[in-house]
Ligand binder design. Structure first.
Ligand SMILES: [Zn+2]
Length: 715
């Protein structure tokens, strides 16, 4: 649907504007909103980032939602019998103005937030959820979708249409669209109650993080790095404890403390505080909250005829069902446990040699692992940084995209494409052979106030055939520290990997070749894999020799340093894999067991015993503070997904390693783009992977990457 508000205003200009009612006037003003306007300028239109204002956000989103709902109503009330053309196509096209408004909304919430914007966000959030339930609960609309779907089950549509209708139908069905009126009411009640419990769960965890702070004096900071001591002093001062040092009850404070502190008793105290969050049998205890959540989730999926929550959730994931996910985890589990035994033995040897009369406990693991690391790997991260300069790394990204995707990146002249901050740079992406424009790549590299932490990728516009395949507008966002003029930005190896990772998401957007917007969607245990895979190019010879150069001397990073980095990647994998896997296993067990029989405190204990959990390690997220799973539904029965994506990553990387041209093999690269990137969700992920690899993924490569024994070698 096109916006034509300006023309209307032109007509009214001849009449007296005062003849408009107040409501009409508001309507006119809203439709005039810059943030709803079609994009103009180069590249078939780009967002007007230089014209956006916080005050415009609320009216734009509200008007955009109203317009989208009107379009949906029109589709739902069409008197013609439902078809793909008169129902699904217009649905896929609808809501364009709102999409544009949300692009600006996204920039405000992630890149340039402010107290004013957060107020707007607070006001809009209930309205946005009301708007989306108006669509998902639109009975007339669902009946049309269902009819198109049922028709397509009898007589298939062409492949992309078939997949589109199946994905859309499944989405509605999974949110209860097929329920009777009575059951729908119960369903809505359950959701309301769940969202209250999710908030309570996370508030309890937050309270426990704030309520348990350990204060140290000058005699208790032995072993801690200077930077840690400094920030601990600030944290103490902020809490009215001048002259002391605060170890707060968060991962970013706990983890380095347990790694470096020489004070064993304090390590135990910090460890106990952290892993008891939500489990202190007081007003913030989360065990009862977990019981209620599990019962309600189970009741809700039972209304829809599913045995358990995991079965409902996983049906449209690559794993498809809980059994497949469990099988993978159980295959890796014994190797992880065996590695833990070796790691503990290494650590015990060091403790014995130091003449400490102790056996390794959970609060000793990180501390002694760090000693083993220094002994075995001796990697100086400051030295590595000297070879990782941001400008060079950016060129390394472009080189990789050129080799694999046949893309060329050239900087867009400043001022031709509007940006929301002077630090943002824009590149034009073209096909090297045809010269055709693929899209734009925006990079917002530096940390600033109002920008969220971490690194992420997003699109301002995706390409679909239905919408005329306009240039893709992709973006990457990081939080590097902005240097003084003329100074280089030097980044850690981890951050360089993340830079490649996020660029992988951007390439996934840029290379999309699908007909309908629904097919752009992601599959949770699959979409991280493509970008994880791209990280592997950082340590390929071609990238190392051309781009990993000393920022002053231009000397290529020494081979032995690269070897150390690679070797260090298998370090402490027993600990890392075990603490992760046990959380993922528990997540699945909670959601495949009848909740009537679950008392979380007992259940966790029993299950850990059954799994043979080593006493030196604890779950990365113990149940009473497992926010991924209990403070919302994003990762409930989805925590295994990280491992699932890792299996695909390792297996696909070996496809390159084994090819004649290695990581730059043209044939494998071609298959990579064609089957793993371009189709996005237009093809079943398992089928897409099979087309790329010629077989299903197996865990051998993952086991090799983690330095674990490979199952097929022992057969
Ligand atoms: Zn990612």
């Amino acid at each position: 649907m096109k916006l034509k508000p300006l023309k209307l205003i032109g007509i009214f200009a001849f009449a007296s504007i005062t003849t408009l009612t107040q409501a009409q006037q508001n309507d006119q003003n809203q439709m005039d909103n810059t943030l709803l306007q079609e994009w103009d300028g180069p590249y078939e239109g780009v967002p007007d980032f230089d014209k956006m204002e916080v005050d415009l956000i609320k009216p734009a989103i509200e008007k955009g939602m109203q317009m989208h709902l009107a379009e949906i109503d029109k589709i739902a009330s069409n008197p013609e019998p439902p078809t793909f053309e008169n129902t699904i196509i217009p649905m896929e096209k609808a809501g364009e103005a709102l999409d544009r408004a949300f692009t600006y909304y996204g920039i405000y919430s992630s890149n340039v937030s402010s107290p004013e914007f957060r107020e707007v966000q607070k006001e809009l959030s209930p309205k946005i959820s009301e708007y989306s339930s108006k669509i998902s609960q639109n009975e007339a609309l669902f009946q049309r979708i269902k009819s198109v779907y049922e028709e397509a089950q009898k007589d298939s549509l062409e492949a992309e249409q078939q997949r589109t209708i199946e994905l859309i139908y499944k989405d509605f069905e999974m949110s209860g669209a097929n329920l009777s009126k009575e059951d729908k009411e119960r369903y809505a009640e359950i959701n309301k109650e769940l969202s209250r419990l999710y908030t309570q769960f996370s508030n309890n965890v937050l309270a426990e993080e704030e309520n348990y702070v350990v204060y140290l004096d000058d005699n208790q900071i032995s072993g801690l790095p200077e930077s840690y001591v400094k920030s601990a002093a600030t944290a103490a001062a902020e809490r009215g404890h001048e002259g002391e040092y605060a170890v707060t009850n968060t991962r970013s404070s706990m983890d380095p403390f347990l790694t470096y502190s020489d004070e064993r008793e304090l390590r135990e105290k910090v460890w106990r505080n952290y892993y008891s969050r939500g489990d202190n049998q007081d007003e913030f205890d989360n065990n009862e909250v977990i019981s209620q959540i599990l019962k309600l989730r189970d009741e809700r999926v039972e209304l829809m005829g599913y045995d358990n929550y995991a079965q409902w959730r996983l049906q449209n994931r690559m794993a498809k069902n809980p059994q497949n996910a469990m099988e993978l985890m159980e295959a890796v589990w014994p190797a992880a446990l065996a590695r833990v035994e070796e790691e503990v033995a290494d650590m015990q040897a060091i403790a014995d040699k130091e003449g400490k009369n102790i056996t390794i406990k959970p609060w000793d693991y990180r501390y002694y692992a760090e000693k083993v690391r220094q002994q075995k790997y001796d990697l100086d991260s400051e030295e590595v940084k000297q070879y990782l300069e941001l400008g060079n790394l950016t060129q390394a990204l472009f080189f990789t995209a050129g080799e694999l995707f046949n893309y060329n990146f050239s900087p867009v002249e400043k001022g031709t494409v509007p940006v929301f901050h002077e630090d943002v740079k824009v590149w034009e992406v073209t096909d090297k052979t045809t010269g055709n424009i693929v899209g734009l790549w925006y990079l917002d590299p530096y940390a600033r106030q109002g920008k969220r932490s971490g690194a992420w990728a997003t699109t301002y516009r995706s390409a679909t055939e239905l919408k005329g395949d306009k240039p893709v507008l992709s973006s990457n966002n990081s939080n590097f520290i902005k240097p003084a003029p003329g100074e280089p930005v030097l980044v850690s190896w981890d951050d360089a990997e993340t830079f490649f990772h996020e660029f992988g998401h951007a390439l996934h957007f840029l290379s999309a070749d699908v007909k309908y917007p629904t097919l752009q969607g992601g599959v949770r245990d699959y979409t991280e894999f493509q970008s994880q895979l791209l990280e592997r190019w950082l340590s390929t010879d071609k990238v190392i020799n051309q781009f990993l150069k000393h920022h002053e001397t231009g000397e290529v990073i020494p081979q032995d340093l690269v070897e150390k980095i690679k070797k260090a990647s298998t370090f402490n994998q027993g600990f890392a894999t075990t603490e992760f896997l046990v959380s993922a296993l528990m997540d699945m067990k909670y959601h495949t067991t009848d909740p009537e029989n679950i008392d979380p405190r007992e259940f966790e204990k029993e299950q850990l015993k059954e799994l043979g959990m080593p006493e030196q390690i604890v779950m990365r997220h113990r149940s009473p503070h497992f926010g991924h799973v209990f403070s919302g539904e994003g990762y409930a029965t989805g925590y295994y997904g990280y491992l699932w994506a890792d299996v695909l990553t390792s297996d696909a990387a070996e496809a390159f390693a084994e090819a004649p041209g290695g990581f730059y093999d043209k044939e494998v690269a071609h298959k990579l783009v064609r089957f793993l990137f371009a189709p996005r969700n237009a093809m079943d992920p398992a089928e897409a992977y099979r087309k790329f690899r010629g077989r299903d993924a197996n865990i051998d490569a993952l086991m090799r990457d983690r330095g674990f024994p490979v199952p097929s070698d022992s057969k």
